[in-house]
Design a binder for this molecule. Sequence first.
Ligand code: NAD
Length: 340
Amino acid sequence: MKILVTGAAGFIGFYVCKVLLNNGHDVVGLDNINDYYDIGLKYARLNELGVKKTDASIFKILCKSSYSSKFSFVRMHLEDREVLPELFANEKFDVVCNLAAQAGVRYSLENPESYVDSNLVGFLNILECCRHFKIKHLVYASSSSVYGLNKKIPFSTEDNVDYPISLYAATKKSNELMAHTYSHLFKIPTTGLRFFTVYGPWGRPDMAMFLFTDAILKNKPIKVFNHGNMERDFTFIDDIVEGVVRIIEKQPTERIKNNELYKLYNIGNNNSVKLLDFIKEIETNLKIEAKKDMLPMQPGDVERTWANVDALINDYNYSPNTSIKDGVKSFIDWFKVYYN
Ligand SMILES: NC(=O)c1ccc[n+]([C@@H]2O[C@H](COP(=O)([O-])OP(=O)(O)OC[C@H]3O[C@@H](n4cnc5c(N)ncnc54)[C@H](O)[C@@H]3O)[C@@H](O)[C@H]2O)c1
């Protein structure tokens, strides 16, 4: 298949490209390489995919990869309504995997505009291209944050998610609604994936795993919100990517036949880990005890997440199997080498 992966310089997108290429697909990666976090890390991920920084930094030029003849990369803004259709017209994608977005809950309190630009305008442009260029399947990222302050656990896609508590979550919920509309009106098979706290090597510098490891190694205090009374369904990157790739590779023929064009799944580890246990695992690996700043809850944050992933197990034989112990070790091994 020929697949467009947006957010290809990002944490999850980078891995998805790699696995799709290893499985023999033609892949075009797209990313605007914004500076929400260290762009050095984004270029380093692209470098792993055989794309040089000098090539990747130029906008709107498709550049080749030395890693695979089946990969090319283009730096582009999703919200660029003029250029995105040109890319679709030239490349004739079968499947689109939209992972590009302005991520992060806390940043959406400071910079709401970037969420509207990337996650709403950008996503609309993706939908419009899927519509006009007859894309066979759109797979896109949603988020566990749509569950807001829901108390019933584990979270199920059957639960009501009408009460987001951050603009980030509101844009992700909006994506699901927009996808539903396009599936209904234009018969586009769409699959939304609510990711649950993804971690692992090449992970995001704005997320807990990275922030904690970095601070502990620098002998600085770590910020522990809600006085540590938090739980997360931490999901290791390999488990996430395996799920995403399975969904991309399964043609939605049955779904079209059964008129199930719109689908939504949780993709998590199906387990909730206490934040303090997660920190303990990092401390054990680093052999350093963290200095902890116990702080109140941050606005927009939720206390607990836990994914019910039964539907993904049933439909795609999804089987997340990386323990926190192995996952944390894998991240820290990478961190020590990457940051010397
Ligand atoms: N990592 C997680 O734990 C997690 C949890 C829930 C949901 N998600 C979602 O999964 C997706 C991937 O997340 P990630 O962790 O890899 O984040 P990431 O920030 O590492 O990757 C996103 C990439 O998209 C690019 N991008 C942002 N806006 C763009 C735009 N307008 N045009 C083109 N490129 C743009 C960024 O430069 C970045 O490289 C996102 O949609 C995110 O909201 C992630």
